[in-house]
Design a protein around this ligand. Sequence first.
Ligand code: ADP
Ligand code: ADP
Ligand code: ZN
Length: 235
Amino acid sequence: MLNIILLGLPGAGKGTASAPIIDKYHVAHISTGDMFREAMAEETPVGLEAKKYMDAGDLVPDEVTAKLVEERLQKSDVLNGFILDGFPRTTVQAELLDQITERLNKPLSKVISIDVPEDILVERLSARYICKNCGATYNKISNPTKVAGVCDRCGGKEFYQREDDKPEVVKNRLKVNKEMNTPLIDFYDAKGLLTHVNGNQAPEKVFADIEAAWLTNIGGLFFSNLTKKCYNSQV
Ligand code: ADP
Ligand code: ADP
Ligand code: ZN
């Protein structure tokens, strides 16, 4: 099981980095932002509650978000593992997640922080556009579709820009998320789960660095078990 968290400010490239991980490792992509947007579109009770916060770029309350994640982690497609994208965002959420992973017996394998300078984030968010049909994310400047106006993944021809990617809201989103981000990084660093990856490089490089981070980790576990075995066989 590969159970990973992708941390990073809005626009750091969490969604973009998730795509090749899902393709290669067949893990479930759990994006709380996507789930809230779907709930909003379907006008479910959770969606209507979330809308109040999302429209302003504020965070949805921790308990509401954690409940959504716990339900999602119990679906059958999470068997091979999961990528959490956009959750947790506060240390309270991280603590709730500890309880959830324990209850469901799905321990975390690795936490990756995708780091990108803030001025680049603002630029990226204002140029982000998304396929209406499959949700694939592109960028007018840094990552356009291969054929103009046609989604690389599904061939769709309709795209949209997110309401909260407008400049006034982007600033508040970055501010809100930045304040929360540092304690979250410290939380996972203290558990020995955290690796930083430079997100200000080509998406393929970002993916390669993420992969290297957990392969090293799995290797580390393997060697430490091997050392234990050798030690046990000696005594
Ligand atoms: P997040 O999920 O962290 O909010 P996205 O994956 O949606 O971020 O990426 C934000 C924007 O930046 C999108 O327009 C995306 O195409 C673009 N982007 C993502 N990764 C990179 C990268 N490594 N280099 C340049 N642009 C990128
Ligand atoms: P971003 O591109 O900012 O990473 P997301 O798509 O992850 O955006 O989230 C969009 C909005 O959904 C957030 O501004 C917030 O209102 C809500 N949201 C998503 N994840 C969480 C979370 N873990 N806790 C609280 N609110 C969340
Ligand atoms: Zn598409």
